[in-house]
Design a protein. Structure first.
Length: 753
């Protein structure tokens, strides 16, 4: 080039250096963007696999490993009862000769033998609550001895642990008189409560007695005396197979050899009343075993067909208790002879006549594991308190000790996602209740209420945020003046900087009581504000031109601000009057009493208002950028062809910007779904399934935040919380993937405009 008489050298050393530096910067930017993108993908994948790593162990099956087999410790007397202590190091065996033999579970070596004060032996044995370790021994002279096996642990100087078994007598070593006439007790049931000791017995001549020993404690000495009352139940012609007393000391269950179960209500101690008679088995089958599940609410019935069924009392339409069959477990075709109950979970082990054991969980309705134990009939069995060991004796006089690996039996697809009939409930329900103060608690791990609450909160938030954000973006990008847009857009985007914990705090402590107090005013505001804006717009368009032209074009939203403020003030100010006229002075009571709609102060309406406020900036910012980025020549071309600004917006701008608007909506939905602090603080945080806008909810994210700190690491509760996080992750991943597919299709469809 010689325009000035000089030649420009593009290959000079300085220009070469500039080009090299620019190329290096381009390569560095490309590498940085690539590394950043790959790092994000890797981070997301690591999160996915870590959640999966925590979740997968819940769905692994159980296993059993034989540790030892040996001859029955202590001789050939018949075993009436087996037990295993907490550490599964010592086993206990009660014989019909009146001996309690404690032995090493791994070797069978006898640690201690205790002779009970029963010189004529034991004719029957009954167990109280499994956690109390209290037993009652029926004697040939019509008396019963109450005793308890316990274990004391101490540590030696070298750090080794020594466990010493002991026998205690809560009511003294003198047996309690059950039958005044001295007849032997061939069947027995016992229940020791805070106020009374209850014993039910069947004598040698088939008389059924119910003895209640009321406890009276001396205030000064602390001595406890027993006040005895006796009731005799109707004579029974069919031999009694098993008797059980419930922990609440109200119900007596008596099963006979025909498979019938008689239920007696003995609240009136002097005259128990028969509640009902239930046929437990059909088709000629026989009841072969009957035990209480942990907690004493459910009955487990094993029969001769190899089936174990669960029953518990349910209130009927007349508010009366009826025993209902809830679920059944098919073990095998051989009769179920032994049922060993877990001490801390709603599970049990069933052993059939062929020596095959099955591990089950009632809540999950799950067959966890099946495995042969031995080749003979079982004589007795017991689960360790931690459910990590099983001690069983066969009819051949051999004792077998097994290690059990069964970490998460409470988890199944039905327990997580289907309705479950929980103990003491009238019908199957979706319930989340992960903990309780009771050791007999039945955990309820249904994720349905949490998933429902997540969608409910997101729905009401998007119901408020989506129209306001998208319409606001449309007006700001297309109709608002540039100078006003430069002020409005940063202010709205600044809303996103507000911490959600502050929004949740304000929503829970200020907004929720305000909405409850001014409920008619809030609904009046939602109705009156758009009407007031339309009326104001109509009035403005009919004003003289000399007045209207004084406001610059694109600044009309400023005129709407006082209209909205006045409409809000009128709505809230008139709330007491509207409430007095239409709702007898209390809209909340009117909703509850007249319409039957429950009302909680912290509800979905409050969440919708607060979380909608938090989501609006996200949707607005993305949608406004998408609308404002539509090429100007498309807008000018449409206007030049005679289209009105509104027609241009609807038919040209919106289709072109639809991929961006849709992305904004999906990102806003993801923000609403994953929101934690607002729903945690602005709702009742109750995991219920109710679409009622005046009821609260609990979301997956809020549940994780609330319960993760108190969950035991590695427990079922802990892993289910990770499963909730995994569900939330999959939910957002699937929705974002679908959103990206839709966005790409919209881009292809309208990209040619």
């Amino acid at each position: 080039m010689e325009a000035t008489g000089e030649t420009i050298d593009f290959n000079s050393s300085s220009l070469k250096r500039k080009r090299q530096v620019r190329a290096a910067k381009d390569r560095a930017a490309t590498a940085g963007i690539a590394i950043g993108g790959i790092s994000v993908i890797i981070a997301v994948m690591l999160i996915f696999f870590y959640l999966l790593y925590e979740v997968v162990p819940m769905f692994r099956g159980a296993s059993m490993e034989r540790v030892a087999s040996y001859a029955v410790p202590g001789g050939g007397a018949r075993t009436l009862y087996l037990a295993v202590e907490e550490q599964a190091e010592i086993g206990g065996r009660v014989t019909d000769a009146g001996q309690v033999v404690f032995f090493d579970t791994r070797s069978g070596e006898i640690r201690k033998t205790v002779e009970l004060p029963v010189p004529d032996g034991i004719t029957s044995l009954a167990m109280d609550e499994i956690s109390t370790r209290v037993l009652a021994a029926g004697l040939p002279d019509g008396r019963a001895l109450i005793f308890r096996h316990n274990y004391r642990a101490r540590y030696l100087d070298d750090g080794s642990r020594v466990i010493s078994p002991v026998i205690q007598y809560p009511f003294g070593q003198e047996p309690i008189v059950v039958d005044d006439q001295g007849r032997g007790l061939k069947n027995l049931a016992v229940r020791n409560g805070e106020e009374a000791l209850v014993i039910s017995a069947v004598t040698d001549d088939d008389r059924t007695l119910l003895i209640v020993l009321e406890k009276e404690e001396d205030f000064f000495s602390g001595e406890v005396t027993l006040s005895r009352s006796v009731a005799e139940l109707p004579h029974r012609t069919v031999p009694v197979l098993r008797m059980l007393l419930d922990p609440g000391q109200r119900w007596l269950f008596i099963a006979n050899e025909r498979g019938q179960l008689d239920i007696f209500d003995y609240r009136d101690r002097a005259s128990p009343v028969q509640n009902s008679r239930i046929q437990l088995v059909d088709g000629g089958a026989q009841v072969t075993s009957l035990e209480f599940l942990l907690g004493g609410i459910s009955l487990l019935v094993g029969d001769s067909t190899g089936t174990v069924s669960q029953w518990f009392l349910v209130r009927d339409s007349s508010n009366q208790y009826q025993l209902e069959k809830i679920r059944s477990f098919s073990h095998d075709t051989a009769p179920i002879l032994e049922i060993a109950i877990e001490h801390r979970r709603k599970g049990f082990a069933a052993i059939d006549a062929n020596g095959v054991v099955g591990l089950y969980n009632t809540t999950a309705h799950r067959d966890v594991h099946d495995q042969p134990l031995f080749d003979v009939k079982p004589a007795a069995a017991a689960m360790a308190p931690r459910a990590n060991a099983l001690l069983a004796q066969g009819a051949d006089g051999q004792v077998h000790f097994w290690k059990v690996h069964n970490e998460h039996p409470e988890v199944s697809w039905s327990a997580l996602w289907d309705e479950v009939w929980y103990e003491s409930y009238d019908e199957p329900k979706y319930v989340w209740q992960s903990s309780s103060a009771s050791n007999d608690f039945e955990p309820k791990f249904s994720l349905m209420p949490l998933a429902f609450g997540t969608l409910k909160a997101a729905f009401y938030a998007m119901l408020l945020a989506a129209p306001l954000a998208v319409c606001g973006a449309m007006y700001t990008a297309f109709f608002m003046s540039a100078s006003l847009r430069r002020k409005v857009k940063p202010i709205i985007e600044l809303m996103e900087a507000l911490p959600t914990v502050i929004l949740g705090f304000l929503a829970g402590l200020w907004l929720a009581p305000f909405v409850e107090k001014n409920l008619p005013g809030v609904f009046s505001l939602l109705l009156l504000t758009p009407i007031a804006i339309l009326v104001a717009g109509y009035v403005w368009t009919n004003l003289p031109a000399r007045i209207r032209y004084r406001v610059p074009e694109g600044w009309y939203p400023v005129l709407v601000v006082p209209v909205v403020i006045i409409a809000a003030w009128l709505s809230i100010a008139s709330s007491p009057t509207v409430e007095a006229w239409f709702f007898d002075g209390d809209m909340r009571a009117w909703l509850s009493n007249d319409l039957g709609i429950a009302f909680d102060q912290r509800n979905a309406l409050v969440v919708g208002l607060a979380m909608g406020f938090a989501v609006i900036p996200t949707i607005f910012s993305i949608a406004e950028d998408a609308l404002f980025s539509v090429p100007r020549h498309l807008v000018n071309g449409s206007l030049a062809l005679g289209a009105t600004p509104w027609q241009t917006l609807v038919r040209v701008v919106l289709p072109t910007a639809s991929p961006g608007i849709f992305s904004g909506l999906m990102i806003g939905l993801g923000r609403a779904v994953g929101e934690t602090m607002i729903v945690l603080m602005a709702t009742g945080n109750t995991p219920i399934m109710d679409a009622n806008i005046f009821e609260g909810m609990r979301t997956l994210a809020a549940n994780i935040a609330v319960e993760m700190p108190e969950s035991e690491v590695g427990s079922t509760h802990y892993r289910i919380l990770f499963l909730a996080a995994f569900v939330l992750f999959l939910f957002t991943f699937v929705f974002n993937t679908l959103a990206e597919i839709v966005r790409q299709r919209l881009r292809v469809k309208y990209g040619s405009l």
